[in-house]
Design a protein around this ligand. Sequence first.
Ligand code: B12
Length: 158
Amino acid sequence: MEQLLADIADCIERGKMNAASPHPPDMRGMDGADELTQRALAEGIPAQRVLDEALMTGMRRIGERFRDKQIFVPDVLLAARAMSAAMKHLQPSFHSREAAHRGTFVIGTVRGDLHDIGKKLVSMIVEGAGWHVIDLGTDVPPERFAEAARQHPVAPWD
Ligand code: B12
């Protein structure tokens, strides 16, 4: 179990998305973050552990290496792709069983900013807690946030 989580973290760090992805060359043909995350969940490892101990570990390491100028933007992009491939398998585990929605939650990444992994993660968890999420995407100007708030006014009982 520990080894599988460590392997997923390595795949994120090295940008190994799935078995079909040719990058990195020394991992060609091996399973990637996509397959290993599915395997971890099938083996009964809780989604929260996969997230905390594998995916976030890989992203933290990538962040440190990027900060220390050991790697560059393309490497980070590959890691982000691997992270997204893994995250989609966690979504059902965070999904709410409640039928009633608590309200509407508008989210987006501010203008000039393209980072969206944290936003997707927050959206997934908020949605799982019973909110209807409107994701405005990335590089969103302030007017679009204001417009979305106008279109989805807070209900008097909220
Ligand atoms: C992946 C990444 C990228 C990818 C993004 C891919 C994508 N699709 O998102 C790419 C390669 C595109 C990228 C580009 C750049 N990046 Co970058 N990137 C990162 C990296 C390594 C990881 C970010 C990440 O996804 N973390 C994982 C997620 C899950 O964590 P998170 O974003 O922090 O989100 C959590 C919380 O913040 C919170 N949260 C997030 N959103 C919200 C919203 C709400 C409502 C709430 C309640 C909570 C919440 O919850 C999340 C879960 O815990 C970070 C370093 C780091 N360690 O953070 C740098 C980092 C953010 N990047 C940085 C920089 C400088 C850049 C570039 C300018 C680099 C360049 N020279 O071009 C460009 C900017 C492009 C742009 N215009 O936006 C800097 C930012 C410095 C700063 N403080 O301004 C960082 C910190 C790296 C560094 N140390 O220098 N990057």
